[in-house]
Design a protein around this ligand. Structure first.
Ligand code: 1HE
Length: 268
């Protein structure tokens, strides 16, 4: 039986909860290619503020229609004719949402297709795993639009592919796709089928781990990477102290000890 607490209803996001407490969260604005307006970001903040608390075991992040996400809602931005401080506050809400994702402790698997561009790539890069299919392409069109990234690309995209490649993407409007995108580090999985099916398969697998273990994987690793080596080693030991002694782990350790647990083998 699902232990998950009731989830809210949203205007811009569609939620589907599976029996194993894996939640499929779909950006649901396909007529605007899932462009992220203020409302979309507020809904992402709300959802990702409460995922662990609500008992969500893993999230598949997808987009309705042919494209994952076209990034910042350029029309809303153009019409609002924002002041510098207004747009700074817009960006701070993006950071609020994306930090909740990256540091939230619940595995997020992004199912990417079509355009993953600008803020869409920033959103995808806040997920823990990215899956692409043959239609997926990545770009940072900000350079050509006369703007700049504001949702964390300078941190997460450069972390994934390196500073020089990120500069190339935004300066030249360079597009990456297919196996090359995987080799560069923009995604970890590529499929000939549907990225959604593959992402669900991965989320189902991640959901079989203990929640506290997943919490450490999907929160502590990011935090530890922000620290000095000395501090990270100390904090890692503290996290391991909690996770590696959790009572729920004992049955799994016992299964290994009595040889009933699966062994680690090479891929066939
Ligand atoms: C939009 C947006 C948008 C589409 N804001 N409305 N991002 C970009 O520079 C990407 C802009 N979008 C595109 O390049 C293309 O739309 C796509 C490649 C994503 C899709 O192409 P296509 O031919 O399927 O669709 P379309 O005809 O261009 O657009 C369909 C509708 O979606 C249309 O609205 P309609 O009412 O005229 O039908 C478009 O206006 C709308 N639409 N993309 C608003 N982005 C925190 S800083 C982050 C900075 C950034 O993210 S910059 C990158 C912005």
């Amino acid at each position: 039986m699902s232990e998950m607490k009731k989830l809210p209803e949203y205007e811009r996001l569609k939620l589907e909860v599976r029996d194993n407490d894996v939640c499929i969260l779909t950006l649901n604005r396909p007529d605007k290619r899932n462009a992220l307006d203020v409302q979309s970001i507020e809904e992402l903040v709300d959802f990702f503020s409460n995922t662990a608390k609500r008992g969500v075991k893993a999230v598949v992040l997808a987009g309705e229609g042919d494209h994952f996400c076209a990034g910042l809602d350029l029309i809303e931005h153009w019409k609002a004719d924002r002041s510098p401080d207004e747009f700074m506050h817009v960006c701070m809400r993006w950071h609020e949402a994306f930090n909740k994702m990256e540091y939230g402790g619940v595995p997020i698997i992004a199912a990417l297709k079509g355009a993953v561009v600008g803020g869409g790539l920033e959103l995808a890069s806040a997920a823990h795993i990215r899956v692409i299919d043959q239609t997926t392409y990545f770009a940072l069109p900000e350079g050509q639009r006369g703007i700049f990234t504001g949702g964390g690309a300078t941190i997460r995209v450069s972390d994934m592919i390196g500073k020089s490649r990120m500069i190339d993407m935004i300066l030249m409007g360079r597009v990456h796709q297919g196996q090359e995108a995987v080799d560069l580090g923009l995604a970890q999985y590529i499929t000939d089928g549907s990225s959604l099916d593959k992402a669900i398969e991965l989320a189902d697998k991640a959901a079989q781990n203990l929640p506290l273990t997943n919490y450490a994987i999907c929160s502590a690793i990011s935090h530890l990477n922000n620290m000095s080596g000395m501090d990270a080693a100390y904090a890692e030991a503290v996290v391991a102290g909690m996770v590696n002694t959790q009572p729920e782990a004992r049955a799994r350790l016992e299964a290994f000890a009595n040889k009933s647990a699966a062994r680690v083998r090479p891929n066939e």
